[in-house]
Ligand binder design. Structure first.
Ligand code: HEM
Ligand SMILES: N[C@@H](CC(=O)c1ccccc1NC=O)C(=O)O
Length: 280
């Protein structure tokens, strides 16, 4: 190749020939990701709706990846990496909270043009979202039925329903750290949602009353509170954005819509971490 020819096909020394080298798109699987937007309506705004949900699902995938590692680390008593990942998960949740600002640029008439094309599909059927609720302890066996026709997702959810949640691992860590946790709490049915337990509250209270003695548990508690707080903001932005866009229409997933989502604002993932604050 002459120098002249070479100059016209290079740029600041950048690699230009990917006939036998892995490129950016190869590494990231961009053909699959960028080929996965298939609007069903003729409406311009459907692309926003699709990409908003697809990016949320990618962030959910990362949150689950991080939380599974958090659970393993808590079990192994390796708290420093667990803190790092819990902080990351809370920041991802913050990002999803702010993502509602983009979707809120869609007005009711714009969404009404898309909605008939959604059929019975709904975020209610997001298996990754349900897995996130389960791994954080908000278990609900009845919701497995939704995934009966998707065996891979159902198997994962069934496994997660029966597994110790991240918070169960934190409670077991309290017990291993010498706090008296009620045997009934440690042997609780894992398929049920986390319930408030007095012995767990007493343990966390002791941690908060003497942080310097129990610094790692204190830091763990605050990381969990950060995460739950971010999740509450996400639920709130969901219901307020939904009310702004569809008012009080019934959901495509079959629930009453806004009133169902409002009920979900009452979910408390880590109950004792909030009740103990009254006693401080
Ligand atoms: C125009 C935008 C949206 C509307 C009108 C809307 C509406 C609704 C409604 C009415 C429900 C209740 C279930 C039903 O009957 O369908 C629901 C559930 C749900 N939506 Fe959305 N949603 C919107 C955007 C989003 C986005 C961007 C996400 C993010 C991934 C999302 C995730 C979910 C999830 C995970 C549920 C289940 C919540 C639970 O069971 O606690 N939604 N949505
Ligand atoms: N439940 C929504 C529909 C909806 O939002 C949706 C439909 C398909 C894929 C994702 C969705 N987002 C979250 O629920 C509605 O009732 O309009």
């Amino acid at each position: 190749m002459s120098d002249d020819k070479k100059d016209s096909t290079t740029w600041h020394g950048a690699e230009m020939d990917f006939s036998s080298a892995m490129s950016y798109g190869d590494y990231l699987g961009l053909e699959q990701i960028l080929g996965a937007q298939h609007p069903r309506s003729p409406n311009h705004n459907e692309m926003l709706f699709i990409i908003q949900h697809q990016t949320s699902e990618l962030w959910l995938k990362l949150m689950l990846h991080e939380l599974q590692a958090v659970r393993r680390n808590l079990r192994a008593g390796e708290l420093a990496p667990a803190f790092k990942m819990l902080a990351r998960v809370a920041r991802i949740m913050d990002q999803l909270v702010h993502a509602w600002d983009v979707l809120a640029t869609m007005t009711p008439p714009e969404y009404t043009a898309i909605r008939p094309f959604l059929g019975a599909s709904s975020g209610f059927q997001s298996h990754q979202y349900r897995e996130l609720e389960f791994i954080l302890g908000n278990k609900n066996a009845a919701l497995l039925t939704v995934h009966a026709t998707a065996p891979a997702a159902r198997t994962i959810l069934e496994h997660e329903l029966n597994a110790a949640s991240v918070y169960d691992e934190a409670v077991m860590l309290l017990a291993r750290s010498g706090f008296a946790i009620a045997p009934g709490r440690l042997a609780a049915d894992r398929t049920l949602p986390t319930y408030h337990d007095d012995s767990v509250e007493a343990a966390w209270l002791a941690v908060y009353q003497d942080p310097s003695t129990h610094w790692a548990l204190y830091e763990l508690a605050e990381k969990l509170v950060d995460l739950e707080t971010a999740f509450r903001f996400w639920r709130f932005r969901h219901v307020t954005t939904v009310e702004r866009i569809i008012g009080f229409k019934t959901g495509t997933g079959g629930t009453a819509g806004v009133s169902y989502l409002r009920k979900m604002l009452d979910v408390v993932l880590f109950p004792e971490l909030f009740t103990l604050r009254t006693a401080l």
